[in-house]
Design a protein around this ligand. Structure first.
Ligand code: ATP
Ligand code: FE2
Length: 337
């Protein structure tokens, strides 16, 4: 069992975040800074520069918030991948510096697996299907033979990137997902009897996989053809979320599992949560939604996975501590129950 606190450092993309778990693996809320470009998307180098500038303040604040001294930290975990190279390197460099300075072990962890493990810890579910819906990733995942296997995933862009891009084309800066949720709510609030007639979008399900760029182009066309923007936001959510939930339902059917846990930033969306709950209720399964602060990227989930790995005997030597932009969910072996 790890003694003392595990520090987790998240830096895969726009978010630089430090979080903690105690020696029993119990999480503490993260301290995070998110780069929000006023125009365009996330530029990896600009995001990395942002993370460097913010690092000292974030580190001081997470210690102060928890009444800790640096010497209370006994392990440093960080996101080793997948993600943007420049951002990952910043987090890894901070982790190496802190671990060398404190002379404590370093653990590089898989960001996608961290989303799953914080969800399991928060929701108390045993063996769920993970519906992982973030900016960069959209995957349906199940544990099998010591790995989290990807049963289905996006063939083009992540669902969150699709929402952000659609929003950006209509003048809404990053992150667009929450604004689309608000606009959709406004539409359905004013039109409780609304139907999808005239607002149809392409079907995003391809076997067990998904694709979102066609939906996004079609949604843009609806707006340029004169459909109200709020109505299109609503339709976009209905189509894209139903597609994800449909693949998750098939995953339940194929594997015989009985639980779904949501993860990733898009899992903050109330309509996504509701659709997953309705599907599970209809088939006698359980849908779990972690608190929103643990759906978005956060350092605490990295600390939690670091704690699990540490307690199962894994550490990362300095020589192995390079980042891996392309790290896949199923490349990490799962040695804990
Ligand atoms: P990953 O590296 O796992 O792909 P990420 O870098 O995309 O993660 P997250 O914090 O998991 O980071 O997710 C951010 C995404 O979540 C953005 O695309 C954002 O628009 C979306 N998002 C956040 N809140 C909501 C919401 N309420 N409704 C829809 N989308 C949301
Ligand atoms: Fe993430």
């Amino acid at each position: 069992m790890a003694e003392g606190w595990v520090l987790g450092i998240e830096s895969t993309a726009h978010t630089f975040s430090f979080g903690l778990v105690d020696s029993n693996g119990i999480p503490r809320p993260s301290v995070s800074k998110i780069i929000r470009p006023t125009t365009g998307g996330i530029h990896p180098r600009e995001a990395a520069d942002h993370h460097v500038v913010e690092s000292t303040e974030i580190f001081s604040k997470i210690l102060a918030d928890n009444d800790l001294l640096p010497s209370d930290i006994s392990v440093v975990a960080y996101s080793q991948g997948p993600g943007m190279g420049a951002c990952l390197r910043t987090g890894a460099a901070a982790a190496r510096a802190i671990s060398s300075h404190l002379n404590v072990p370093l653990i590089g962890v898989n960001h996608c697996v961290a989303h799953i493990e914080i969800g399991r810890q928060q929701c108390g579910c045993e063996d769920p299907i993970l519906l992982y819906v973030s900016g960069g990733n959209t995957q349906v995942i199940a544990r099998l033979d010591g790995r989290y296997r990807v049963l289905g995933e996006t063939l083009d862009i992540g669902i969150g990137n699709m929402l952000d891009k659609f929003a950006r084309q209509h003048g809404i800066p990053f992150p667009g997902g929450p604004v689309i949720e608000q606009r959709a709510l406004e539409w359905i609030g004013k039109n409780p009897e609304a139907t999808l007639e005239g607002l149809e979008l392409p079907y995003a399900v391809h076997g067990m996989d998904l694709a979102f760029s066609g939906i996004m182009s079609a949604a843009n066309k609806l707006v340029s053809d004169g459909m109200p923007f709020e109505a299109v936001c609503w339709s976009l959510q209905e189509h894209a979320f139903a597609a994800c939930v449909e693949v998750a339902e098939r995953a339940l059917a194929h594997t015989g599992k009985k639980e779904i846990v949501l993860g990733g930033g898009v899992a903050c969306n109330e309509r996504m949560r509701q659709m997953s709950s309705i599907m599970c209720e209809e088939r006698g399964a359980e849908s779990y939604c972690p608190p929103k602060m643990y759906c978005i990227d956060n350092g605490t989930m990295i600390a939690r996975l670091g704690w699990l790995e540490m307690n199962h005997g894994r550490v990362t030597s300095l020589i192995q501590s390079g980042i891996n932009q392309e790290l896949r969910t199923d490349q990490t072996s799962i040695t804990w129950p």
